[in-house]
Design a protein around this ligand. Structure first.
Ligand code: SF4
Length: 285
């Protein structure tokens, strides 16, 4: 864990603040939504689903258990997955709308595609890492402690000066990319943790094995932009700023039923679209 000391002003702090990319994004969209989400214990983390845990097992086995070096890696990995599947089920929550057998068949069908993508694009290095923890701690003026957390799906260290970091994208849409700001956030954490930026940052589209990689432009400006945004969010959270910020995001916000400003915004937008009256609006009590 790396500790840096930065001067960001006179912020009085007594405890650590833990932020990740999703929380920073939530706060940027609506500070109030962030506040609701941190106290919401009902929200299920889809990182523990059977599908997610199965994919994690596949990648970890392929790289960390050196399945890539076997004579018949596809058959070997399918066999390994079948042997371990009961354990994976045991530590997972069920997937929405998918049976266990559906997920198992999906994973087994994906294994040849994944391995061929990796093979044809030579995405293996001596120190390839999977689900790599990028978390860093900052101490600001000995009083403001922030933990910025995050993981990246793959790190390939081809040499001291050539490290690629990738996020996996399983969508069947080639134009769908992992959120570029997430990739820059990961590059920011990696740069701090390793005291040098990665040489390439991108996503791997496993539905397109012949051309699976997309890279993003990495510049000092875009890394500094993410750093500024992250610190600005951290500072405002510690100053207790949680205003509502009604917008189109209210329609899909899971907290709109308990948020007066959000439910008023949604009601007025719907009423306007039905009645077509610019002045139609209500104030909730
Ligand atoms: S409903 Fe809208 S204003 Fe309310 S918390 Fe959600 S995003 Fe924010």
């Amino acid at each position: 864990m790396i500790l840096l000391t930065l001067d960001l002003g006179r912020i009085q702090m007594s405890h650590a603040l833990s932020l990740d990319y999703i929380k920073i994004k939530d706060y940027t969209i609506c500070p109030s939504r962030y506040k609701y989400s941190v106290s919401d214990k009902s929200h299920v983390d889809d990182k523990n689903t059977f599908y997610h845990n199965s994919m994690s097992f596949i990648y970890k086995s392929f790289y960390s258990s050196l399945v890539w070096s076997k004579n018949k890696p596809i058959e070997y990995l399918i066999d390994l997955y079948k042997k371990d599947v009961a354990n994976i089920i045991g530590m997972s929550i069920p997937d929405d709308n998918k049976s266990i057998n559906d997920v198992i068949n999906t994973i087994i069908n994906k294994i040849p595609i994944i391995i061929n993508s990796i093979k044809y694009n030579k995405l293996v290095s001596i120190n390839s890492l999977v689900d790599y923890d990028l978390s860093i701690d900052y101490i600001l003026k000995n009083e403001f402690h922030i933990k910025f957390s995050g993981n990246v799906d793959f790190v390939h260290n081809f040499s001291d000066r050539d490290t690629w970091i990738f996020s996996a994208e399983s969508s069947k849409r080639r134009d769908k990319v992992v959120d570029p700001d997430l990739l820059i956030y990961q590059a920011f954490l990696y740069s701090v943790k390793h005291k040098k930026p990665p040489s390439r940052v991108g996503s791997i589209h496993y539905s397109f094995p012949n051309n699976p990689t997309t890279y993003i432009e990495l510049s000092t400006d875009n890394i500094l932009g993410i750093i500024d945004k992250s610190y600005s969010v951290a500072r405002d959270i510690h100053l207790g700023k949680f205003p509502t910020r009604p917008s189109g995001h209210c329609f899909s916000c899971r907290y709109k039923k308990i948020c007066d400003d959000g439910s008023r915004f949604v009601f007025n937008k719907k009423a306007h679209s039905i009645f077509g009256d610019d002045d139609f609006s209500v104030d909730l009590l």
